[in-house]
Write a protein that binds this ligand. Structure first.
Ligand SMILES: Cc1cc2nc3c(=O)[nH]c(=O)nc-3n(C[C@H](O)[C@H](O)[C@H](O)COP(=O)(O)OP(=O)(O)OC[C@H]3O[C@@H](n4cnc5c(N)ncnc54)[C@H](O)[C@@H]3O)c2cc1C
Length: 466
């Protein structure tokens, strides 16, 4: 136990769901502080995917692009609660074949099936994970009618009788609880660097972003939960060199808007349904449905008054891929990301777009569009026109809200910069807990799986200290 004012047992950098899950456990064992670069943002269902939340609570104010052909728009949270404060709250467990691959290919140790199963249960309980009763919109009803498999996805929080979600984010679950147990949480405070002194104590350099002051704190242990975009840069600064460090994976996605002027409006901002019959190659789901977003995606300004954007629904096709992008880890271009879409993922995205168009057409949508082009199926139905529409859709809307695996864990030294326990061998008082540690793309939404790894490795870290 450390007693000095600016000295801690555990310093956690990053207040995303993984940092908070870890910080919560650590705070029961010693003096803990959590450092967060971003601000506090509102995180109720009505706050998500608003311009205010995107500009205040996302990395780059929402402008975070991986350079490539086509460029990819990445979304990452930068606020108290990290991505959990801004995301769609859709819960998945990584399938057992993915965990099997991680054990076989990455030689992941200490994540036995039963242990993982129990840890998912613990995370599901912490995040109040439930399947709701909300009614599916015309798109998913029609998808089922034409024989597609539609799955209701559990969400984090409680749905009321009108289908509104009381979201359980890392901020909602942990923030007040941690403050009450004496843990400090500093937001708008940026981690700059750290080094160990001769007593093996971390000297940690931070910047107060409001007062623009740099200051130092000390800690027996340093825990990094900065997310997959930032943690590999910090690890490189700490001296870790590994050819796979900073090589990240994403879930390439393309988005399209469908107008259903005669249908009942969807009940939620993000509908908790997915078309899962083509899994793990392709998933189709809802992206945020908000009038102002749907209007901003419409490519023309002249006939805008003819469309009631509150009847537009937005959908994505997502094609999990093991293609690696690259984060520049040092030098003047530090932080730049590069990503080139592979031909397999592109093939699946095209299949996904074709399927969305087929369903929307069957559901009598008179207009489908993306930021570059519209598709009026009553006027021009030719396969060539549809093909051009899909091709330009992928170019204009390629994006991902899942950045991962940039500091993979496992015992296979060729593929894994970190060992299975989220550590650099030889440094006992440094632990990595965020989504960078996923060995590879989990093929489903990743938050719960990243939290399971954080939970297991933080418990192990604490056990080793006893
Ligand atoms: C729009 C969106 C929708 C999503 N939808 C879903 C979904 O429905 N289901 C799902 O499973 N997943 C979803 N995700 C992904 C999910 O949010 C992530 O899996 C999760 O947030 C990863 O947690 P993390 O703790 O690893 O990192 P993050 O949540 O990224 O948290 C890292 C934190 O570290 C902070 N940080 C970084 N650098 C520093 C520094 N130098 N100093 C101090 N602090 C720093 C960041 O500001 C950030 O708050 C979505 C993500 C987004 C952006």
């Amino acid at each position: 136990m450390v007693n000095k004012l600016n000295s801690y047992d555990y310093v956690v950098i990053g207040s995303g769901p993984c940092g908070m899950v870890s910080g919560n456990l650590l705070s029961k064992k010693g003096k803990t502080i959590i450092i967060e670069e971003g601000p506090k943002v509102e995180d109720r269902e009505r706050d998500i995917y608003t311009y205010k939340q995107i500009s205040n609570g996302y990395v780059g104010g929402g402008i975070n692009v991986a350079i490539g052909y086509p460029p990819v728009l990445l979304s990452e949270g930068k606020c108290i609660g990290g991505g959990s404060a801004v995301n769609s709250s859709l819960h998945h467990r990584a399938p057992t074949h993915v965990w099997h691959k991680w054990r076989e290919l990455f030689n992941l140790k200490g994540f036995d099936e039963e242990f993982v199963e129990n840890s998912y249960k613990e995370i599901e309980n912490i995040f109040s994970t439930k399947k709701g009763n909300i009614k599916a919109s015309i798109f998913y009803e029609t998808a089922e009618l034409i024989g597609e498999k539609v799955t209701r996805i559990p969400r984090w929080g409680n749905e009321d009788s009108n289908g509104r979600l009381d979201r359980w984010t890392a901020r909602k679950i942990f923030y007040q609880k941690l403050i009450d147990n004496g843990t400090k949480i500093l937001h708008l405070t940026k981690f700059l660097s750290a080094e160990r002194d001769k007593n093996n104590i971390w000297n940690i350099h931070l910047k107060d972003l409001q007062n623009k002051k740099i200051f130092k704190i000390f800690s027996a242990n340093l825990i990094l939960g900065m997310g997959s975009g930032k943690t590999p840069i910090a690890l490189r600064n700490l001296g870790l060199k590994h050819p796979q460090l900073g090589k990240f994976e994403i879930h390439p996605s393309a988005r399209v808007s469908c107008y259903f002027p005669k249908a009942e409006k969807s009940q939620s901002i993000v509908e908790p349904f997915q078309i899962t019959g083509h899994f793990p190659y392709l998933m189709i789901g809802s992206s945020a449905t908000r009038s102002e977003l749907s209007e901003s995606f419409y490519p023309y300004k002249n006939n805008i008054d003819e469309i009631d954007f509150s009847y537009v629904q937005n959908f994505y096709a997502m094609a999990p891929s093991n293609k690696k992008g690259k984060i520049v880890l040092k030098g003047i271009f530090k932080g730049l990301k590069f990503y080139f879409l592979d031909s397999r993922a592109k093939f699946h995205l095209k299949e996904g777009m074709n399927l969305i168009i087929k369903i929307a057409k069957k559901a009598n949508s008179p207009l489908i569009y993306h930021t570059g082009m519209t598709l009026d199926l009553n006027k021009n139905n030719s396969p060539k026109h549809i093909d051009d529409f899909i091709e330009s859709c992928i170019k204009k809307t390629l994006s991902s809200v899942h950045v991962m695996s940039s500091a993979a864990i496992g015992e296979n030294r060729k593929f894994c910069p970190l060992n299975s326990y989220g550590k650099i061998p030889g440094i006992d008082n440094l632990l990595i807990v965020d989504q960078s540690t996923l060995p590879s793309c989990p093929t489903v939404n990743p938050q719960a799986t990243s939290c399971v790894i954080s939970l297991i490795n933080t418990k192990r870290f604490l056990n080793e200290k006893q």
